[in-house]
Design a protein around this ligand. Structure first.
Ligand code: AMP
Ligand code: MG
Length: 334
């Protein structure tokens, strides 16, 4: 009897040390999303998170005929009124398009579709077709005034490069408001953290080896987002060539910058997501140059020769992954 009592007491003390863990999973934005929140507010907060994700997916989906973006893309040159979320994400995206000199261009959708990335019906468009598509990509022609947008006819928006980052950022903010102090949200290749792990250690986020299954390195994060863009995430092979879903807006074809993956770490999920795509397009030298000029975020670059670089802010926040301990990591300094 006494032994059972002691055992129960022990279990009680153990569970008292660790805040309660809550998990949920939802499918949205073409990917499986996995949310974990700790503490007494966790369960209610995760229910909110799942509902909010579905709401944002319903606004941003480029393929669903009931979405707001679909309405914008089919307005034939007429202005369309936007919800607060869409107007905010559109404004932030256009800013990132401009900052990156058009390496990020949210009007690249006709090219993404022509290659078959929206349906999985992959094909290599002809050179003439690519010229015509490239001529049509130009974010600077998107007219946004407060909550109204107008697109020239034939132009189409796609939040594919920014939606998950924005969603993670919004969820983090709303979960904090709901009293969550420790959580990790995985939205496909995007990770958003809230606070630190229960107990105070940073969250540990793996950066995938673009050429294999392992983790090149593990990054420490507190209250930040980490977003990876890589050609390995969605691609098809044809005639001995590999074609991936990240387009160079200048050519309307998959970006061949020599990089195989870019991971961005920072406070704003939207910025991380937009920049992971843009820096992939820019390539090693221009990506490093962009970081030096703007800063306010950190990056991990991996190229097709297996070279790895991190920006200076990550120097004390990474360890090489199991099996990758002998790899050299270059540090990009201001
Ligand atoms: P990410 O996975 O965040 O790098 O975003 C890639 C997705 O964004 C693609 O699946 C396309 O829908 C879209 N996209 C591809 N290339 C670009 C680009 N250069 N600028 C903006 N969106 C793009
Ligand atoms: Mg992105």
């Amino acid at each position: 009897m006494k032994r059972i009592f002691l055992l129960l007491l022990g279990l009680l003390l153990l569970s008292g040390c660790q805040p309660q863990k809550h998990d949920s999973q939802t499918f949205a934005m073409d990917t499986i999303m996995q949310f974990t929140a700790y503490g007494p507010k966790g369960q209610q907060a995760l229910a909110h998170a799942s509902a909010r994700v579905q709401e944002l997916d319903q606004l941003f989906s480029v393929t669903r005929s009931t979405s707001e973006i679909y309405a914008v893309n089919h307005a034939q040159g007429e202005p369309v009124a936007l919800s607060e979320d869409t107007a905010r994400l559109l404004a932030q995206s256009l800013e990132l398009c401009s900052q990156t000199g058009g390496a990020l261009d949210i009007t690249a959708y006709p090219a993404v579709r022509a290659w078959g990335f929206t349906t999985g019906d992959y094909q290599v468009p002809s050179a003439d077709e690519l010229l015509a598509l490239a001529a049509q990509i130009d974010y600077s022609q998107v007219e946004l005034t407060e909550n109204q947008v107008r697109l020239p006819e034939g132009m189409e928006l796609d939040f594919g490069a920014v939606a998950k980052g924005y969603t993670g950022e919004v969820l983090a903010q709303e979960l904090r408001e709901l009293g969550v102090e420790s959580a990790i949200l995985t939205l496909g290749g995007n990770v958003q953290t809230i606070g630190s792990r229960p107990g105070g250690d940073p969250w540990r986020i793996g950066v995938q080896d673009p050429e294999g299954d392992g983790y090149l390195m593990v990054l420490s994060l507190v209250d930040q987002a980490a977003v990876t863009s890589g050609g390995y995430q969605r691609f098809f092979d044809a005639d001995g060539e590999r074609y991936w879903h990240i387009m160079d807006p200048a050519s309307a074809a998959p970006a061949r910058s020599g990089l195989t993956s870019v991971t961005i770490v920072g406070d704003s999920g939207t910025q991380c997501d937009g920049l992971s795509t843009a820096l992939f397009v820019l390539g090693w030298e221009d990506a490093a140059g962009f970081w030096r000029e703007h800063q306010g975020f950190d990056a991990v670059l991996v190229d097709e020769d297996g070279r790895i670089a991190i920006t200076a802010g990550l120097e004390d926040r990474y360890v090489l992954g199991p099996g990758y301990e002998d790899r050299t990591v270059e540090v990009i300094r201001p």
